[in-house]
Design a protein around this ligand. Sequence first.
Ligand code: SAJ
Length: 413
Amino acid sequence: NTVGVVGLGYIGLPTAAILASKDVKVVGVDVNPATVEAINRGDVPFVEPDLATYVSGAVQLGTLRATDKPEPADAFIVAVPTPFQGDHEPDLSYIQAAAEAVAPVLDGGELLILESTSPPGATQQMADWILAARPDLSLDGSDDRPMIHVAHCPERVLPGRVMIELVTNDRIVGGLTPAAAQHAKELYSVFCQGEILLTDAVTAEMAKLVENSFRDVNIAFANELSLIADRLGIDVWELIELANHHPRVNILQPGPGVGGHCIAVDPWFIVDAAPEHANLIRTAREVNDGKPEWVTDKVRQAVADVQSPTIAALGLAFKADIDDLRESPARRIVAELADQNPSARILVVEPHVDALPPELANRRNVELTSLAEATGSADATVVLVDHAVFKEIQPHDLGLDRTCVIDTRGVWR
Ligand code: SAJ
């Protein structure tokens, strides 16, 4: 069997690699020539534990190769970005482009799976785009036209644990038809040891959005508590730790805001689908999106009396121990601090990258430096990511106990 995986990013590439490791012939498709070349050399264009071993092994064995255009296959997995545009409306243009690229190579009988996190109705929309390009095919075989099987199977893996969670997580498979769901289940059984649960496409789409919204709402609760605790002059981490001793309370951790390409995006798809009802979900997004500004204000107040302050910012990634800077609140905070205080020097420490992202590299008063250099000369230190390397530090060793520390992650409690 041959599987085409369209979109070789954080989800597509690991899925392609794990299928290829099970002796499935996988052709990965990506519009970015650098990604295609890297994979064909056996390299991985981003950091994810164990992924490089899978990719180089599969490329060497010849079960995985990458190209820029879809080729005929028995099944296709579409794993392209679904960002939002304008006033938080879903942008399905990458799904449309993938559907239109795959349509010409279909013969009938193929299984097409949308894995991208999608607003309700997107799987049907993808099928409609394919059928608009290929009116000779059908979804249900109710006439003589050959059928294609279309399903949604949202990815649910946690960055940093992708290769493990691909195998161990349960999967939700929503078919546009029951037959499509069944075919998709067979494909995922090749590598997934978790339960594979069948439903319709819209329920599967919503299940994924609901999971991430659940987390967003719970993080918003913790972030709101951090503001309240600050106003009352108490330690929010102690407060949460104590409350969590209750057998039915499990509060998450506050931070500088919510980043990554999932939790900060997906709840908006629910708000967009039912704006008049999604009040709690919308408010949680606003609470989490408001946190970076609150942190920026705290830092500004801390150095208000210093002429040309030096501010150490520890961490740029969207969460601990990864190199992923997408939608990172830390980035926003550093950019805002640099803009609001042109005479400040901002020394960024991010051990997982070797260059600043473009919008920070362009600013004259922001530099990427080592931990010792940054903290040695800082008037204030703001901890933005709870990387293991930061947790290992004794603030006393760096003289941090003599300067002002704004610890948004509770690393040095
Ligand atoms: N965060 C907090 N406090 C917490 C937990 C997280 O501030 O207590 C922040 C993190 O620092 C980060 C953001 O939230 O900025 C998101 O991090 P995360 O670890 O909660 O989630 P992601 O974005 O890495 O992955 C999520 C996962 N979803 C859920 O746990 C419900 C993952 O399983 C999904 O596959 C992924 O989204 C996705 O692709 O949708």
